[in-house]
Ligand binder design. Sequence first.
Ligand SMILES: Nc1ncnc2c1ncn2[C@@H]1O[C@H](COP(=O)(O)OP(=O)(O)OP(=O)(O)O)[C@@H](O)[C@H]1O
Ligand SMILES: [Mg+2]
Length: 288
Amino acid sequence: MPEPIIIFDDVTYTYPGTEEPALHSISFQIEPGEYVAILGLNGAGKTTTGLCVNGVVPTMLGGELTGKVTVGGLDVADYPVREMSKLVGMVFDNPEFQMSQMSAAEEVALGLENAGVPYEEMMRIIPETLELVGLAGFEERSPLALSGGQQQRLAIAAVLAMKPQILIMDEPTSNLDPIGKQEVFDMAAKLNRERGMTVIVIEHEVEVMARYADRVIVLEAGRIVMNGTPQEIFGRVDELAALKLRVPAAAELAKVLGSEYGLWKGPAPITTEPAVKAINELLGANRG
Ligand SMILES: Nc1ncnc2c1ncn2[C@@H]1O[C@H](COP(=O)(O)OP(=O)(O)OP(=O)(O)O)[C@@H](O)[C@H]1O
Ligand SMILES: [Mg+2]
């Protein structure tokens, strides 16, 4: 087993000027190459958790952090965010607010320039990174002349240019249409599967997370209340409902069919295709 790439060891964090900690005694580990979904209601501490990984908390924002966050073997509190950005890239929900440059190439170049990457190397990395996110040849395009999905992929390219080992996406598709959402999730899945990138997605799209995530962490009021495989977590339909969290429709349907009609022997499906397949088989058996 490799060393976990992210370790939260009993982390409690309070923002400056507030009384109540945003995170309470959080402990979890993430292995290299895992795809982890973080779920929780507004204010649960999802974004704060992400900011602890990229070091914005506590290095830039201050406040009081107890316990320890270790990322790639480094104690995050000891390294400037600029240093952490070589290891961790984070993108947010509103791609156009993340765009500040005249062209897609300049957008990608920004972090590289700040990191002091030589010009020739930048000229090599920029097209390579644009291609990675499906924006090959878009170098000269104004970021404002891109669709929302393309803008979000450009924001992701800008962090990928730094060759981070960890990509954190904080509600990356909440402002995108269904096609834009699909583009972003497909790309993240590809980076995870083909490049072994560790991916953390903060998301309300439980259907998508049931399909892609290796693990689901559920936060409530700054505490971890569930941490397990999507199969385990999305099988706990009633507990998720009590937390006011959405559940994949397939899991909900499977639960009803299982508990009221006793239809499943094994674990209930949590994604649509296996649920439809199982229901078809049952209907077929009843017809015959
Ligand atoms: N900069 C800040 N200063 C003070 N308190 C903050 C700050 N940012 C967040 N908080 C508080 O910390 C807690 C956790 O917030 P956080 O943004 O991590 O939640 P979240 O799960 O990402 O919510 P959302 O779904 O709304 O994005 C909340 O109580 C919030 O009010
Ligand atoms: Mg948030």
